[in-house]
Design a protein around this ligand. Structure first.
Ligand SMILES: [Zn+2]
Length: 211
């Protein structure tokens, strides 16, 4: 039996081939989201309604962006009141993770800052405010509350339906994006780049190839 064999505590479904990095995933048999600590699983609730609509790419697809090829492991959908956007978690061949967000036609690839990297700021700046990080000047262009409405696949961290956070997006002079997420007792900064969707290469898991 492989080390990664775990069983859904809700329905008994056996799950093989969990990635080492996976902390959270959803049971394909009963739709319960499961949080993994070592190889014990805690049920965390429902995985939400993921209404199907055409997407540039989805779970299992390989996406080449900025010279790196990511295989999409997780898909989370967020509602920000006026609509929804999709965040895909992908890992490259070295296990380096990235979040690829798709908001209508706009695509951005983002990497979380770890440790001491990233802006020091722990509270959200306001729209229009200027912030400087790593010698780059950013202007906050957007701030809103986002609520997770559905999750599918595997994630390196807890991503839960109904979780809410406040987010800000700040733009740099040449397509850089600095994003912050803020919630009760925590925050996370991300660095990212806006991508032209036409520069993405998508290899679908069904073998077809997209742009
Ligand atoms: Zn299950």
């Amino acid at each position: 039996m492989p080390d990664t064999h775990v069983t859904c505590p809700n329905c008994g479904y056996g799950y093989e081939n969990l990635r080492k990095s996976t902390r959270m995933f959803d049971c394909p048999a009963c739709g319960t989201t499961l949080y993994r600590e070592d190889n014990t699983l805690a049920p965390m609730g429902n995985n939400g309604e993921m209404h199907d609509y055409p997407m540039l790419f989805g779970l299992g697809d390989a996406v080449t962006a900025e010279g790196r090829k990511y295989v999409i492991q997780g898909h989370a959908r967020y509602d920000y009141g006026r609509g929804t956007w999709d965040e895909m978690y992908g890992e490259d061949g070295d296990g380096k993770g990235a979040w690829i967000s798709i908001d209508e036609g706009d695509v951005v690839v983002q990497y979380p800052y770890h440790g001491n990297a990233g802006p020091r700021r722990t509270d959200p700046p306001a729209v229009g405010e200027k912030i400087t990080y790593a010698k780059t000047d950013y202007t906050v262009t957007e701030a809103d509350t986002a609520k997770c409405v559905a999750v599918r696949g595997q994630f390196p961290e807890l991503v839960q339906v109904d979780d809410e956070h406040y987010f800000i997006n700040a733009s740099g002079p040449s397509g850089q994006l600095l994003s912050g997420e803020f919630w009760e007792g925590g925050h996370q900064w991300y660095e990212g780049t806006w991508l032209d969707p036409f520069t993405l290469k998508v290899d679908r898991q069904d073998g077809s190839s997209g742009r």
